[in-house]
Ligand binder design. Structure first.
Ligand code: IMP
Length: 429
């Protein structure tokens, strides 16, 4: 039995959901450890497409317990509408649990996220406007509302009585918006309390017990390494830690409790929102990748910025996350290309480097150095084994593995569960 964390190694949207879904089949417990409904995981099962923002993708496996752990932030309305939609589509949500220690995205967090972004003008971060940042900011300021508070009306009223005066100063005096009263806020969240209350558990105890009893535990990361609050391109980052270390911080396990880390990397690079992106392709290459890869946001519908695979980013992400193996996604999107480019180094102020510099301004000055690979110009969607890949696809995958210094355990060649070439078991570490 083992613990495996799945993390995004780029800017999010790498295709983590489909690997979470596949690995969840053998998992007793699937845990979301950070972020909230800024995430968007798409899972395709036959003719059905499931888009998750909050609920772990493991929910499609009826035997699996799914936990929203301490490190996540939960919008009660979104959680309840996802549960309702899943139930409406015949999915058993009995296994869904929510940690009482997770923080709650309150209606004023969503409002503040929108007002803050608007006030920044052309310095806006391009957030998903879901209240993620203001909720985590309140958590760090120790004025957050947790799930324990949400499901106890008196406790919630007490907490809001302390928090709202401060929120109202911002709403009224900084943003010229209407103040909120305790009763108004409670009225907005009250319809969801009844659905959420039976789901509430001591998340840390649940995860610790699972690990102590040798259960198979999967940690489902959201977003990606380079929008990590510390290790991303600050301030163009999210407000949580989408890296593997957070699988322990966000759940209550210790750093040595992780057996394997599966890093998910798209076969090219995309980013939503603002911030430096040295490999961004502004020409028809970028347009082609966006169209073939259907690169439009699951959560916001925004067109994603596109560019070639960047091995400097991946090499850095492999180290930040202790990636034990990589899953390469959307290789089939490159099927028709004659030439495929890969960033192998950056030129930074006259020097060649092969990693992402921590200073985002220096990262913004990096000029990519490319190596060109011959495309395969045939369809990979039927490939199921390494030997099914044409020589040039094989060559591309091997070159990436060498450049980023990590083995590749799986390659996705289409959106369906079975459109995967398994090279080795990612849980082997
Ligand atoms: P926030 O997480 O909504 O605060 O947004 C901060 C930044 O992270 C913005 O650039 C978002 O576009 C980006 N972001 C947040 N969640 C995701 C995700 O799941 N995939 C890709 N980008 C994301």
């Amino acid at each position: 039995m083992s613990t495996t964390a799945i993390v995004g190694t780029q800017w999010g949207d790498e295709g983590k959901g489909r690997f979470c879904d596949v690995l969840a089949e053998d998992s007793d417990l699937v845990v979301r450890f950070q972020g909230g409904n800024n995430a968007g995981h798409t899972v395709v099962v036959g003719d059905e497409v499931f888009k998750f923002h909050l609920v772990p993708s493991g929910i499609l496996r009826p035997e699996t317990i799914c936990l929203l752990a301490d490190g996540t932030v939960i919008d009660p309305k979104v959680l309840c509408s996802e549960i309702e939609e899943l139930r409406g589509r015949g999915i058993d949500t009995e296994g869904l649990k929510v940690s009482g220690s997770a923080h709650v995205i309150m209606p004023y967090h969503v409002l503040l996220d929108q007002l803050e972004e608007r006030s920044k003008g052309d310095r806006a971060i391009g957030t998903t406007a879901r209240g993620i940042g203001p909720c985590y900011a309140d958590k760090a300021s120790r004025v957050g509302i947790r799930v324990w508070d949400l499901v106890d009306r008196d406790r919630l009223a007490r907490q809001l009585g302390q928090v709202l005066p401060r929120v109202n100063v911002l709403l009224e005096h900084l943003y010229d918006a209407d103040a909120m009263t305790v009763d108004e806020v409670i009225d907005q969240v009250a319809p969801f309390m009844g659905t959420i209350e039976p789901l509430v558990v001591d998340g840390r105890a649940l995860v610790m017990d699972a690990v102590a009893s040798d259960a198979e535990v999967l940690f489902e990361g959201a977003q990606g390494t380079f929008i990590d609050l510390d290790h991303g391109t600050y301030p163009f980052v999210t407000s949580s830690h989408p890296i593997s270390g957070a699988a322990t911080i966000g759940t209550g396990l210790g750093p040595l409790d992780l057996d394997a880390v599966l890093g998910i990397a798209k076969s090219y690079t995309t980013r939503v929102g603002a911030g430096p992106f040295p490999a961004e392709a502004f020409d028809e290459d970028g347009d082609r990748l966006r169209e073939s890869g259907a690169e439009f946001g699951t959560t916001t519908g925004r067109a994603r910025r596109c560019g070639w695979f960047d091995s400097c980013m991946l090499r850095t992400a492999v180290r930040i996350n202790s990636v034990s193996s990589l899953a390469l996604t959307k290789l089939d999107v490159l099927d028709e290309l004659e030439t495929i480019r890969v960033v192998t180094a950056y030129e930074l102020d006259g020097e060649l480097i092969d990693y992402v510099p921590s200073d985002p301004e220096a990262f913004g000055r990096c000029v990519p150095v490319y190596e060109d690979f011959a495309g395969w110009q045939e369809s990979l969607v039927e490939a199921r084994e390494l030997d099914d890949l044409p020589a040039s696809a094989h060559n591309y995958v091997e070159a990436i593995s060498t450049l980023v210094e990590a083995p590749i355990s799986a390659i996705a060649v289409g959106p369906e569960r079975e459109q995967t070439v398994w090279v080795e078991d990612p849980a082997e570490g």
